[in-house]
Design a protein around this ligand. Structure first.
Ligand code: SF4
Length: 376
């Protein structure tokens, strides 16, 4: 099964930590919608078979007017039967969770909301330059429940600097009172090119100490487990059976088609990514010139991806799929390193699925790098 991703590159304002592709000017909005629709038509023969999910992300797709989304859905309906999809998600910010908007989303067939909450403390929200406040979160989630959205994923950011004097535990517990079936918890990362990146360069912001980061990660993991959530990927938790189809497709390296500026696609070992520039994307789509770049993954790039993505999930990666594709010299070296990690109980092999336990996930990047195949 595979998925469709649509990138809507507009936001009301720039969050201080965000390095996604978006513009805070809506001047090109109508042209952008037309271009995304044209891309859907231009790539009609690239839609994978057996699609199970559609994900409208961004940016802030909930900034779009109902008619904009309707136009995109009508264009998509010509390529794929949307009513057959298991999951149709839209990213929405708390300030946009109005009943009339949510009712409209229902009529489009949207059955899952991914809500960017990040914090339940107004001081922290302001520090991040989020648009919303705590009251909008509470009213918004209640609105969504009233309209009948049962399937909600809430985004939360932890690992913020200790100088904020934040009580992330109380905030998370307050959020969990809404009983979401899915939670994405991300550690704050400070990327260059963002406002926080600029502050870091000037020594005006301090990242969290490693041992405190680890403590926060483990507290969240254990708390979520005690509340019957499965920690199924390093940053994601779900009630059993409620894991996201969209995310899982990506982690399992299934094909997906990404439409809109900056969107990535993947199929049969080929990865492509659209230009991350609104003006250029629109211009190139209008003149039917090339609006993307692509690369073909080598055999070992593909194996390394399986290792890296697998070690971040509770399912892990399939050992046969990796080993059977290795040449003898790489196979021996890989098995030696793998056995060392198994002996140290950092990695486990259960029925041929090689995985790490959540307590060890913070090491997954290092372990992946150690296991990587460096040449054919
Ligand atoms: S975090 Fe979301 S809302 Fe904030 S700037 Fe990034 S894409 Fe926009």
């Amino acid at each position: 099964m595979s998925g469709i991703y649509i990138h809507i590159p507009f936001c009301k304002q720039a969050c201080h930590y965000c390095d996604f592709h978006f513009s805070t000017s809506l001047k090109l909005k109508n042209q952008m919608i037309r271009s995304i629709i044209k891309e859907i038509q231009l790539r009609s023969n690239e839609f994978p078979n057996e699609i199970n999910s559609l994900y409208i992300g961004g940016g802030t797709p909930s900034l779009m007017e109902n008619t904009d989304l309707e136009l995109i859905f009508t264009a998509l309906e010509k390529q794929v039967s949307l009513s057959d999809l298991k999951e149709i998600t839209i990213e929405i910010n708390p300030e946009d969770l109005h009943k009339n908007k949510l009712e409209f989303y229902k009529t489009l067939g949207i059955n899952r909301l991914s809500i960017g909450i990040q914090s339940m403390d107004n001081k922290v929200l302001k520090w991040m330059n989020r648009v919303h406040d705590k009251k909008q979160v509470i009213n918004g989630i209640n609105n969504a429940k009233e309209i009948g959205f049962e399937n909600m994923s809430l985004d939360f950011i932890y690992g913020t600097p200790s100088t904020l004097n934040r009580n992330y535990q109380d905030e998370l517990l307050e959020l969990l009172e809404f009983e979401p079936n899915h939670l994405s918890c991300y550690h704050l990362t400070i990327e260059s090119g963002t406002y926080f990146g600029h502050l870091l360069k000037k020594n005006k912001i301090k990242t969290l100490e490693d041992d405190v980061s680890e403590e926060e990660f483990l507290w969240i993991s254990n708390k979520m487990k005690s509340l019957n959530y499965e920690h199924y990927e390093i940053s994601n938790f779900a009630i059993k059976g409620e894991e996201s189809y969209h995310n899982s497709n990506y982690w399992k390296q299934r094909p997906y088609i990404g439409l809109g500026p900056g969107a990535h696609s993947f199929n049969k070992g080929k990865r492509r990514w659209n230009i991350s520039n609104n003006v250029q994307y629109i211009k190139n789509i209008e003149s039917t010139s090339v609006f993307h770049k692509e690369e073909v993954l080598s055999n070992y790039d593909s194996i390394n991806e399986q290792i890296m993505l697998g070690l971040r999930t509770s399912k892990g990666f399939n050992l046969d799929n990796v080993v059977n594709n290795l040449k003898i010299k790489n196979k021996t070296a890989f098995e030696n390193k793998l056995n060392r990690f198994i002996k140290e109980e950092i990695i486990f092999n259960k029925n041929n699925n090689v995985h790490m336990s959540p307590e060890k996930w913070l090491l997954s990047e290092y372990v992946s790098r150690e296991l990587f195949i460096l040449s054919e």
